[in-house]
Design a protein around this ligand. Structure first.
Ligand code: HEC
Length: 115
């Protein structure tokens, strides 16, 4: 094989590998999308239900929503936070019947990691 043919084969091989890579990535997309749909992690629940007001990073996005960076707030035991989240308070909606206690606890665990 002369140099020109070799270069051409190498280019073709690269193109084939590249398309195979793209195909593999595309094949994974529906999988990860459905995995995200089933994602019940505290982080995912937080992003779905709470981040609209409390911000992705726990810095409030609306007036009056509490910043989870406030130490006094997060020093409260899980049970207190759970009660507020279940019952709602003023502008904050109640999550009773929307989220299970177990889901609220995973959200609390997640917001304790924000600061
Ligand atoms: C519609 C906007 C909104 C949404 C959505 C929302 N919150 Fe709030 N949240 C607020 C506001 C406003 C306050 C302040 C309430 C007050 O004390 O008047 C608050 C307060 C809190 C507090 C502080 C309670 C305390 O002891 O002072 C916690 C904890 C909290 N929210 C958690 C959550 C969690 C977890 C979610 C999601 C499941 C959530 N919030 C969803 C608006 C919201």
């Amino acid at each position: 094989m002369n140099q020109t043919n070799f270069n051409r084969s190498a280019r073709i091989l690269r193109a084939v590998l590249f398309s195979a890579g793209i195909a593999a990535l595309l094949a994974m997309l529906p999988l990860s999308a459905s995995a995200a749909g089933l994602d019940n992690s505290g982080r995912q629940l937080y992003l779905t239900h709470c981040a609209g007001c409390h911000g992705t990073n726990g810095i409030s996005a609306v007036p009056d929503a509490k910043d989870f960076s406030r130490v006094e707030l997060m020093a409260q035991p899980d049970q207190n936070l759970l009660n507020v989240i279940r019952a709602g308070r003023n502008m904050m909606p109640s999550y009773l019947g929307i989220l299970s206690d177990q889901e609220i606890i995973s959200i609390i665990n997640h917001i304790r990691t924000l600061n």
